[in-house]
Design a protein around this ligand. Sequence first.
Ligand SMILES: [Zn+2]
Length: 229
Amino acid sequence: MKRIIQGLHEFQTNYFNTHRDLFELLSQGQHPRVLFITCSDSRIDPNLITQTEPGEMFIIRNAGNIIPPYGATNGGEGAAVEYAVHALAVQDIIVCGHSHCGAMKGLLKIDKLADEMPTVYQWLKHAEATRRIMKEHYQDYEGEQLLNAAIEENVLTQLENLRTYPVIQSRLKSGQIQLHAWVYEIETGQVLEYNPTTGKYMAPQAMFSRAAWITPEQQERIYKGSHKS
Ligand SMILES: [Zn+2]
């Protein structure tokens, strides 16, 4: 805890002082363009890996970067999604999974969790589609290969869950919002984005959200058939 208090002091005397104008502006309101959804894992720092400043990204974090489908729970995730899309009018939603994800390891051994961590067990039910896809389509995978595939599939599952929100459906229809599936690799710092055309994760600069080669409607249609089958 001492380390945290020291950091707080350092922030106030150094960073804050050199960014006073920014914080003064932010005190008047927030206008983030992006909703960033990622895991609670301590090894991920959304602002660090995207080199963004306070105010640029609305962020939701939880175990396994999971968004329960619309109406499935009365939890904070749905409220944060609705607020970001309706009130803040974010233009892009990024779901960012990551390598070595403990939540995805748990999902692959879900039966063991029921007894030891019943709350995690219940939570991971919102990733049931991921578990089922892994079970039925990745029988020949094991170890790290299986985990990495689960991490990738889960990000796509969560995009499907996001699409169950009426507020997102409506903005997808009018092309006002785009959904992105990312996976961050801790050991290399690399981020790959799912490319619905190739069905593979690729470097994100190859498919910027505003790229002219694909319309939001096309993207939505392709994304709908995105799971490996
Ligand atoms: Zn994780």
